[in-house]
Design a binder for this molecule. Structure first.
Ligand code: CTP
Ligand code: MG
Length: 335
């Protein structure tokens, strides 16, 4: 590994910029899709406000964080005061209301880890998951969207990494690999580490946005329009960054000792977080600190089998970026 750690990037790397950008462009949702999502949201809002006038609907996840592909499902959060009513009751009621408005496949999954109502809108063909009071997800969605505004290379890189992860079958949390959310945080961390840095650490700056959700303080600098020039001192191209991203996760990250932390713009030690031992199902084989729920390791789904799969995939991708004559195709070959 040490030998590879010294590896210099291939000299023809920039000839792959145009093909990588073409991959990115091909995944961006069209404007009509955004219009359809808004239509479905308006329909849902109509039903919700009739039943619960005080409640609010928020879109979170890929449709709102600017890392969504074309044809993504919409993630929606119903935010309301529950008092002593439980979430399942609300979800069953919601399913009932929506069922009667010729939406398709309305299903309340009240026993899931995150209980939701699932549905499909026959008019737009869009599927949608609605959860109750997952407000931290709404706030971390804003954080990701704000980071994406600072430098276009984040969105380009994250689209390419998500597309790679989906093509290679390593974007399946129920199989022990990582969520899209985790991959985007890995991209942000990586761009914070470039020298000169391409992204700042928003949670280490003056606080312009503050909220407390579920007893968690969420505070950071959100006036990102003032940071438009932040990454300009670094001229790395998208192909160089894709190469360096895989090189980093294949050969440079210290899996045994380090935690990546977007919150601090740096890495922390597993020891400092007490993430050195297996506790219950949390094995901490790859550690990614949630930016707000700091006791939450997004790598906790990874087990001793899937960590091998992941690391082999990072190494495969690094080799392709180094040697393959057509990396923009080979990288995304189905497994
Ligand atoms: N989320 C979270 N904690 C997790 C996983 C997800 O808070 N461990 C929240 C985040 O707000 C994230 C949203 O749930 O934006 C959706 O997660 P995910 O499906 O991983 O990301 P998407 O951006 O929706 O990606 P995809 O296009 O693959 O659906
Ligand atoms: Mg999603």
């Amino acid at each position: 590994r040490n030998v590879k750690r010294q590896m210099a990037c291939r000299s023809d790397i920039n000839s792959f910029n145009a093909p990588f950008l073409a991959v990115f462009e091909s995944l961006i949702p069209a404007d009509e899709e955004k219009v359809k999502q808004k239509q479905l949201m308006m329909l849902l809002e109509k039903h919700v406000s009739k039943e619960w006038p005080e409640a609010r609907l928020h879109v979170y996840g890929s449709c709102a964080n600017s890392f969504g592909f074309s044809k993504s499902d919409i993630d929606v959060c119903l935010a309301m005061e529950l008092g002593n009513i439980d979430k399942s009751e609300i979800l069953l009621k919601l399913a009932d209301i929506l069922q009667s408005d010729n939406l398709q496949n309305v299903q309340a999954l009240t026993r899931a880890r995150v209980p939701i109502v699932k549905l499909k809108d026959p008019v737009t063909g869009i599927s949608c998951d609605i959860c109750v009071n997952n407000v931290l997800a709404v706030v971390n969605t804003k954080l990701l969207r704000d980071y994406a505004q600072i430098d276009v290379r984040l969105r380009q890189l994250a689209f390419i990494i998500k597309h790679w992860a989906k093509s290679r079958g390593v974007n399946e949390t129920y199989q022990g690999t990582l969520s899209s959310y985790a991959y985007v945080l890995m991209c942000i961390h990586f761009l914070q580490q470039r020298r000169p840095a391409i992204l700042p650490c928003l949670q280490g700056m003056e606080i312009t946005y503050f909220t407390i959700v579920d007893n968690v303080e969420c505070a950071y600098f959100d006036q990102v329009e003032k940071l438009q020039n932040f990454g300009l001192r670094n001229g790395e191209s998208i192909a160089q960054l894709v190469w360096a991203f895989f090189h980093y996760w294949a050969y440079c990250h210290d899996y045994a000792n380090d935690v990546i932390s977007v919150r601090t713009g740096s890495t922390l030690s597993k020891r400092a977080k007490d993430w050195t031992r297996r506790v219950g199902n949390d094995r901490h084989l790859i550690c990614i600190e949630d930016p707000f729920e700091v006791s939450h390791d997004l790598g906790r789904v990874v087990d001793k089998y899937s960590i091998r799969v992941l690391r082999e995939e990072f190494e495969r991708a690094a080799e392709i970026m180094q040697y393959d004559h057509n990396p923009c195709v080979t990288l995304f070959e189905p497994y």
